[in-house]
Design a protein around this ligand. Structure first.
Ligand code: GLU
Length: 290
């Protein structure tokens, strides 16, 4: 279990939430997608061969998180997680239109993978030891940090986690965010998705909503003038791609794909066409081949 004293050292690595814009992002421009690989072949019996031969992949992602995973009115999701999934699919020779998107919420990610309801989860999914007991992770492909979302003007003058101890804060069941708050002595009001924390915050039932800074930045951007991110992250949240436990070949393949995307610019392009509308482009993290 991460302790808050340890966070001080890691928070510096997360860096401040750098905003590049402040108005609602509206409809995202069509993205410049990675070319779908043709003439690829994979060793028989591998997950890569199975997916390539089927010509489709099922991806669990968030549907209500602007910048990372947001379902559009046309039935196509948008966001950085969505683009990362497309990069993986492209490397398997699968076109974006052959990706089946399934809504994942924080609490159903491990069960979805364990039951085989999805092939991968790309859903602001923190890699940690507890989850590694039931699923495997490729990545990280981004490192976020937990922060607080408050009403515009910050009426309660909340500067960081210490200011909400013993107070009511909204977060999501099954997330590292809810657990970290509880460990810090915060009274957590739980719901199923972060967008469902906005009404309790507006109505003063909670003093803040809390999860990863980039998720909060997306919610603030989606509701111009209503909310602000405190911008004092207190954890480190390395985002991984969840897959069946111990499918080492598939995990290596995704790690190779990520490393390639870090080098050839497709990762940066994926960022710039999505989260980059609001947040500065970070440097890619180092893949952890644990
Ligand atoms: N990254 C954290 C987690 O995986 C919080 C965000 C989320 O719930 O998706 O639990």
């Amino acid at each position: 279990m991460m302790r808050f004293t340890k966070f001080a050292a890691t928070v510096a690595a997360v860096g401040a939430l750098a905003l590049v814009g402040c108005s609602g992002s509206g409809t995202a421009a069509p993205t410049d997608e990675a070319p779908v690989k043709e003439d690829v072949s994979f060793e028989a019996g591998t997950t890569m061969a199975k997916l390539h031969d089927a010509g489709k992949i099922t991806v669990g992602t968030k549907f209500d998180q602007p910048l990372f995973g947001l379902m559009g009115l046309d039935g196509n999701p948008e966001g950085f997680d969505v683009e990362i999934a497309k990069l993986i699919a492209a490397e398997l020779g699968i076109a974006p239109e052959n990706i089946e998107w399934v809504e994942a919420v924080s609490a159903n990610r491990e069960p979805f993978i364990e039951k085989g309801e999805v092939d991968i989860v790309v859903a602001t999914y923190t890699i940690n030891d507890k989850r590694k007991e039931v699923v495997s992770f490729a990545g990280p492909y981004y490192v976020a940090g937990q922060d607080l979302l408050v009403l515009s003007g910050n009426p309660e003058k909340i500067k960081g986690i210490d200011d909400v101890k013993g107070k009511k804060v909204c977060s999501v069941t099954g997330s590292t965010s809810a657990q970290n708050l509880k460990d810090a002595g915060v009274e957590v009001i739980e719901t199923d998705t972060y967008s469902n924390c906005l009404t309790p915050l507006r109505q003063g039932e909670v003093v803040a909503a809390s999860t990863d800074n980039v998720i909060l930045a997306g919610l603030a951007d989606q509701n111009p003038g209503e909310f602000e991110v405190v911008d004092n992250p207190f954890t480190e949240e390395p985002y991984g791609i969840g897959l069946k436990k111990d499918d080492t070949e598939f995990r290596n393949f995704i790690n190779d794909t990520l490393e390639k995307s870090f080098k050839d610019g497709s990762w940066a392009k994926a960022w710039e066409s999505t989260a980059g509308k609001v947040l500065a482009t970070p440097t890619p993290p180092t893949v952890d081949r644990y």
